[in-house]
Write a protein that binds this ligand. Sequence first.
Ligand SMILES: [Ca+2]
Ligand SMILES: [Ca+2]
Ligand SMILES: [Ca+2]
Length: 211
Amino acid sequence: MKNVRKVIWVAGVVCVMLLGGLVSTHAFAGTNLVVNGGFELPDIPFGSYEILASIPGWTTDYGFSVEIRDNYGYGIYGTPYEGEQFLELDGYESSNILQNIDTIVGNFYRVSFAYAGRDGGETYTGNNEIDAYWDSQLLEELRTTTVHEWELKEYIVQASDTTSTLKFNDVGESTSYGGYLDAVSVELVPEPATLLLLGMGGLMLRRRRPS
Ligand SMILES: [Ca+2]
Ligand SMILES: [Ca+2]
Ligand SMILES: [Ca+2]
């Protein structure tokens, strides 16, 4: 019985140490590192839209403005992917948004976001075209001919610097009609070895408990 207690105690200590290691990486897996990734700020009135030169958390390096919509549009056309608001690139003119994110060199991150085509946007060539980048790495050339059908996109990327840049470039014609984005997220992916050890620690505790 003494040995069993010792094994449980050691397994517990190992788990705490591993968890401590994860904490020290300044971000738990599952924590969204993107500020205002759901475009809920600034909070604009329900059923309206605003064209803004800047929004919290994001900057732009071309284009005058982006557009935030809060359930603005007929029927499903105004529905966000999550929350109450979403973003349209190309508010008055073709634009981009980017955000610098603190990352750990060599660590892996899960990048995800929702993308949809704009109602009315399909009438102009290339209106919904957005190129998504992680630093200089092209994640995807986002293209759609559908109207307001949210697609959840996911990628696993690796950080090569202590700051990584997530960027969305509108690459369609400057028409005031652009693609939609919502629910932008970057989460730390635990290292496989750490996950394995955590799993083994948990397994050891479960197996020893009955005796
Ligand atoms: Ca949202
Ligand atoms: Ca609102
Ligand atoms: Ca456009």
